[in-house]
Design a protein around this ligand. Structure first.
Ligand code: KG4
Ligand code: ZN
Length: 333
């Protein structure tokens, strides 16, 4: 039985959440819109925004949960991976607060937290299960044996799939982050209109850097013939790009499930908000007898709810950190 405050600040969302006895009470997210005009996250601006947001966001979740700071039993925060300056704000704030309250710190791995977000709401998966984690920085197929034992079965050797969505969107002239825009446009597009080559990788690994180049060359060729090509075919382009990326993701996921003989399949990370991916997963579930776990939208992209629930699970195992823990932008898995 514990009350945990969770804090997430690895990229461009400042988020806090309170978890009481394993139940995530609230999840407040301050999104930073300042980066849109630059077509990507500007690290220094992200740090300054975190600094501005963190106190009001934490105050808000505590008062909303009707919790006094003295009721807290521990503070969980994202130690990495992420942007160093952004991580520093969350970790310094958490350390100062934990030290002044005399309560333990629980450092959290951001990507593992994406997976553990499945323990916020019912139905929850039972161990072992497979999780496809798909975000702006990672693409991994994991076998989850318990909250601390996660085995990488396969992963991208270059770009993450979220990055591929974002770079493709940029080529189409869409604002950052492009993934949600492609998803929306694809809903009313023809996915079979254009063909893009899928990269082949051995075993359960992925490669997403080639697709961006093939989209670039294709667009250059078409734009020479018709300057309005992108504008006139935007929905079909988005649908065709999304189809290619999802097909690559699903093939390896199906292979992993059959190799591991596991039928409990989860998805996590920002790209798990993608409606096409959710639909394909449900279709495969019917075909293959899988039980699939798809997080609520608010727990797909970066949020502190997943940090708070991870803090709860690790608190039970006394997995505490110390004031000497520095943020790890490239935190090993
Ligand atoms: O997990 P996340 O919020 O941040 C990282 O830890 O990277 O993931 C962000 C990524 C971005 O690349 C964004 O474009 C992508 O998730 N994303 C989507 C969708 N929503 C977010 N990609 C495709 N379809 C979506 N609906
Ligand atoms: Zn993330």
């Amino acid at each position: 039985m514990a009350i945990i405050l969770g804090i997430e600040s690895s990229c461009d969302e400042t988020s806090a959440s309170v978890c009481i006895d394993g139940k995530v009470i609230n999840n407040e997210i301050a999104n930073q819109t300042i980066h849109e005009q630059y077509g990507g996250v500007v690290p220094e601006l992200a740090s300054r925004e975190h600094q501005r947001n963190i106190v009001p966001v934490v105050e808000h979740v505590l008062s909303h949960a009707d919790i006094n700071v003295n009721d807290l039993d521990g503070i969980a925060y994202t130690r990495g991976p992420g942007l160093l300056g952004a991580l520093l704000i969350g970790s310094s704030f958490s350390k100062a607060m934990a030290a002044s309250l005399g309560i333990p710190l629980i450092p959290i791995h951001h990507m593992k937290a994406h997976v553990l977000a499945h323990f916020i709401d019912d139905p929850k998966p039972s161990y072992p299960f497979i999780c496809l984690t798909v975000s702006g920085g990672h693409t991994q197929i994991l076998r989850i044996n318990n909250p601390t034992e996660m085995i990488i079965l396969g992963q991208t050797q270059d770009d993450a799939v979220g990055e591929a969505f974002d770079k493709a969107a940029k080529l189409l002239g869409l604002p950052y982050p492009g993934g949600p825009m492609i998803d929306k446009l694809a809903m009313s597009g023809n996915p079979n209109r254009f063909q893009f080559a899928e990269s082949e990788m051995p075993e359960l690994d992925y490669s997403f850097s080639g697709i961006k180049t093939s989209i670039l060359y294709f667009l250059r060729k078409e734009l020479k013939k018709n300057e309005q090509f992108i504008k006139e075919n935007l929905n079909d382009l988005a649908a065709s790009i999304q189809k290619t990326l999802l097909s690559m993701l699903m093939k390896k996921l199906i292979l992993a499930a059959s190799q591991e003989k596991i039928k409990q399949i989860a998805i996590a990370g920002g790209v798990s908000a993608n409606s096409g991916l959710r639909q394909q997963l449900n279709e495969e579930a019917l075909k293959r007898g899988w039980e699939v776990f798809i997080p609520d939208f608010q727990y797909c992209t970066d949020n502190a709810g997943m940090i708070a629930i991870s803090g709860h699970l690790l608190f039970e195992q006394d997995a505490f950190g110390s004031l000497a823990d520095s943020p790890l932008p490239r935190m090993p898995f």
